[in-house]
Design a binder for this molecule. Sequence first.
Ligand code: CP
Ligand code: NVA
Length: 302
Amino acid sequence: MKHLLKLLDVTGEEILEILNLADQLKYETKHGIEHHRLKGKCLGMIFEKSSTRTRVSFEVGINQLGGYAVVLGAEGSQIGRGEPVQDTARVLSRYVDGIMIRTFGQDEVEALAEYGSVPVINGLTDFCHPCQVLADLMTVREFKGTLEGLKLCFIGDGNNMMNSLIVGGLKVGMAVSVACPEGYRPPQKILDFARQYDGFELTGDPMQAVKDADVVITDVWTSMGQEEERQKREAAFKGYCVDEKLMAAAKPDAMVQHCLPAHRGEEISADVFEANASYIFEEAENRLHVQKAVLVKTMGGE
Ligand code: CP
Ligand code: NVA
């Protein structure tokens, strides 16, 4: 795999290969088995948005693989002063062996890959969050034993998380239902992809979407960069809280996932969050293992 820019570029088989490698690396990590598969390699990390999990899991991950990271923020680098991504790509490619980027526009990530000569990994854009969804799928498979044939339901905003879950879930053979208010639906490109699959459902009714779901996932109503819309969004998403009433319509053994950070009392109730904490924090841990698998798949070391 050359890059990980979005799950639309990756096959279902490749997703499963990443998950298999992530499971293996998780086992090796837990058993103290050293795996310096990227010895001496440098990962450049660019952050134009805040991060806790992505930042730490990638940095710890590349270190556990025998490499190291250099971190660039928009502030404190020339990126924040407007240096074109095409130039940043060609410069960084001469110093580092791979680049992870978290930014706003998907076009910036695509340009980085086009103009640079090293693997590029998308650590979140407004359009998608592929690394997070790989960790979600890994976690679901860990707890449920399989992915194929399960029903995954996402309640909330047609944002980066919903987009990647639709694509990733459908590609690995899950049924995917999503509930979002009018005006907050996924972009046409995602809907065009999803409509090729019989197992896809889009509705404005959370109760309908969650019916018989094996996995229920939600995310913040206001994503990074949308802070000015917070009030408007709070009104639009009323009735979209994943709470006990909603969960009663899912399968009795349904599990809940949340990419974090979570806003209790908004997209998820405190009760449902705590009842599912063991799944949610395993999901957060799995970012580390999946990140390492993605680094190995893109930067060599298999
Ligand atoms: N879920 C996730 O990507 O978390 P961070 O924003 O903390 O990286
Ligand atoms: N949708 C959220 C995800 C954060 C990990 C955001 O983009 O802010």
